[in-house]
Design a protein around this ligand. Structure first.
Ligand SMILES: [Zn+2]
Length: 65
């Protein structure tokens, strides 16, 4: 399941991978993206389109209930 509450700080909203502390001279791989007014954090760019697709899918499911 997607952990999409705001308490999931430090974890990727899609895969749940924790963000590692950036080492000296390295950039942090944390990407923040606002989706439907809610900021989500991702560990890599690939997670963003996948997360959006899942969001649409979840909405479709809930509309059918
Ligand atoms: Zn991820």
């Amino acid at each position: 399941m997607i952990n999409n509450n705001n308490e999931s700080r430090g974890k990727c909203a899609l895969c749940g991978r924790t963000f590692t502390e950036p080492k000296e001279g390295e950039k942090s791989f944390m990407i923040q993206e606002v989706i439907d007014g809610t900021p989500y954090k991702f560990d890599k760019m690939d997670c963003i389109p996948m997360f959006k697709r899942l969001e649409v899918y979840m909405e479709m499911i809930s509309e059918n209930y």
